[in-house]
Design a protein around this ligand. Structure first.
Ligand code: MG
Ligand code: MG
Length: 250
């Protein structure tokens, strides 16, 4: 399904949905510490969202078993919460989706449990977030998909990070994944045009090594081929006449 220009009512619902999502991620962030299990984090996400009045999107989506994806270290995305206990220095991706009044938002952060093991891990997170912000920075009415990918790629490429190509950003709103795809690489002035009123998810995934990934035996978890660590940040944004409104922040 092609992403549509959303109505003012739909946009308002996405603002509420996005605020709930951001609230849940901000609640989880300080809990990402050595000793906690990823299932405990997922249960907290579920209860927090319930108290806010939103509903989770991921549970049951193509059979995904939980409300949130939690991906640790070389797991890039789509990790399934489990009784795995976090260890000092783990890089933990929290990817969450919320539906409210039929409208969906999608956002992710990466957090280090306790102290980073290496300065390069902390930098990986900082730069991946910067890359997301650079992508958001070029968004406005009339932007092309390649412009966004180019902006993201410039930041990640400068550090020689692996840029995951098998997974991409996307339109979002009525469905979790709407067309077009929004890759984290690209050429300026190429690709589909986007217009004000559309809502998209921009989500760079970067690694300290390869851009090659594979899917684990659980059929979900996406891992780096070389075991290198990875980071993921994502916001859902509304395209406006002269910029972007980030919907998944407080
Ligand atoms: Mg997501
Ligand atoms: Mg997404």
């Amino acid at each position: 399904m092609q992403t549509r220009v959303k109505t003012p009512l739909e946009i308002e619902a996405m603002r509420v949905s996005g605020k709930m999502l951001a609230t849940v991620l901000q609640t989880l962030k300080p809990l990402v510490q050595p000793g906690i299990t990823t299932k405990e984090l997922a249960d907290r996400a579920a209860s927090e969202l319930k108290s806010l009045g939103g509903q989770p999107v991921f549970k049951g989506y193509q059979g995904f078993p939980d409300v949130i994806c939690i991906s640790v270290n070389d797991e890039v995305v789509h990790g399934i919460p489990s009784d795995r206990q976090l260890k000092e220095g783990d890089i933990v991706g929290l990817d969450f989706g919320v539906i409210y009044k039929g409208m969906i938002t999608d956002s992710a952060i990466s957090v280090i449990a306790g102290k980073p093991l290496k300065a390069s891990h902390k930098k990986l997170l900082e730069v991946t977030k910067q890359a997301m912000e650079a992508g958001i920075g070029v968004v406005r009415d009339g932007v092309r998909v390649g412009d966004i990918g180019y902006a993201v790629e410039q930041i990640l490429g400068a550090q020689r990070y692996g840029i995951v190509r098998d997974l991409v950003g996307h339109g979002v709103g009525h469905q979790l994944h709407e067309d077009p795809n929004i890759p984290n690489y690209g050429r300026q002035h190429t690709g589909p045009w986007l217009q004000a009123g559309m809502t998209i998810a921009i989500e760079p995934m970067a690694t300290l090594g390869t851009d090659r990934v594979y899917i684990a035996d659980d059929d979900w978890t996406v891992l780096t081929h070389d075991g290198s660590r990875s980071a993921h940040f994502e916001h859902t944004v509304l395209i406006t006449e002269d910029g972007a409104e980030i919907l998944t922040q407080l």
